[in-house]
Write a protein that binds this ligand. Structure first.
Ligand code: 9D3
Length: 280
């Protein structure tokens, strides 16, 4: 069944392999403007994904289009009412002819990770529910939400940015969205290691030379150097990731050397020098 898009015309279904993102929000322009830019925007133009933001306010049955009210039991702020949220979802389901998963953006949710993105990328349709005010009436959540998701332990003003973050992350997993070149990297996730440093012309910048090994043309040495840089960076910046890393015997020895404070990098200038001791 063809879907009616925002302009009221019938939209073409994204494609056999494509993915449809639906966002229920009070700020549809915010989400659409952010995601219409850059790679996700290009993917929409190519018909690889579709993104439609639905204004929950359109489902208010009040003459002043209110969608919130004071909390029962008292307390600060306003609560989004169950009626408009549920009507909005039911209307979407009627148009789609199915009842897709509903991801509620909430600081109380499970923290979004790459593994969750991979799992969600298997779905054809996903609904992102964005709250504002002091949250949404629990009965609407009980009725329609399948997954509670957060993007991390810090406080934002609403669920729109988290929805944009997740959609950006999931969209790049949809076949065709990234160039073939970049797609190759999706599968590996580089053994849970951070990426090695990159250099391009000029050969010397502000007195800093490109590590010599990269100019040598010796591919095995380059590969080994990069791998060691990855291990070293991960050790310094994200040691938590090393627990999941898959290292060879030689690489584990190198890591042990780093841990004992030994000479970490023998060739070229220290790519991190000048940044150590500044910032976090
Ligand atoms: C202090 C009590 N609540 C304020 C009404 C907690 C609260 C609820 C909702 C604080 C912020 C928000 C708005 N945030 C989101 O909707 C949100 C969010 C976030 O703030 N951080 C990380 N992930 C997410 S997903 C949705």
């Amino acid at each position: 069944m063809p879907r009616r898009c925002k302009t009221g015309q019938f939209a073409k279904k994204a494609s056999v392999f494509g993915m449809n993102f639906h966002i229920m929000t009070l700020f549809p322009e915010m989400v659409m403007s952010g995601l219409s830019t850059s790679i996700t925007g290009r993917a929409m133009e190519k018909g690889l994904i579709s993104i439609d933001a639905v204004n929950i306010r359109d489902y208010s049955e009040e003459k002043h289009r209110h969608v919130d009210d004071a909390p029962y039991g008292g307390g600060a702020g306003m609560v989004m009412q169950a009626g408009p949220v549920c009507s909005c979802y039911e209307d979407l389901c009627r148009k789609l002819g199915k009842r897709p998963r509903v991801l509620y953006m909430t600081p109380q949710g499970k923290v979004f990770r790459q593994a969750i993105a991979r799992e969600l990328a298997e779905e054809e349709d996903l609904v992102f529910l964005c709250g504002h005010y002091e949250g949404i009436d629990e009965r609407a959540l009980e009725e329609i939400v399948t997954d509670y998701l957060s993007i991390g332990d810090y406080v934002l003003t609403g669920g729109e940015l988290p929805a944009m973050v997740m959609i950006d992350c999931i969209a790049r997993l949809v076949p065709g969205v990234l160039s073939n070149d970049s797609s190759a990297e999706i599968e590996s996730f580089h053994d849970n290691l951070l990426e090695y440093p990159q250099y391009t012309r000029p050969e010397v910048f502000h007195g800093r030379a490109v590590p010599e090994v990269l100019l040598s043309g010796h591919h095995r040495n380059i590969e080994e150097w990069r791998r060691r840089q990855s291990i070293r960076r991960t050790f310094e910046r994200r040691p938590d990731l090393l627990e999941e890393a898959n290292l060879s015997r030689k690489e584990r020895e190198y890591l042990a050397e780093l841990r004992s404070g030994g000479e970490p990098c023998s060739d070229g200038p220290d790519p991190d020098s000048g940044t150590e001791g500044k910032g976090l």
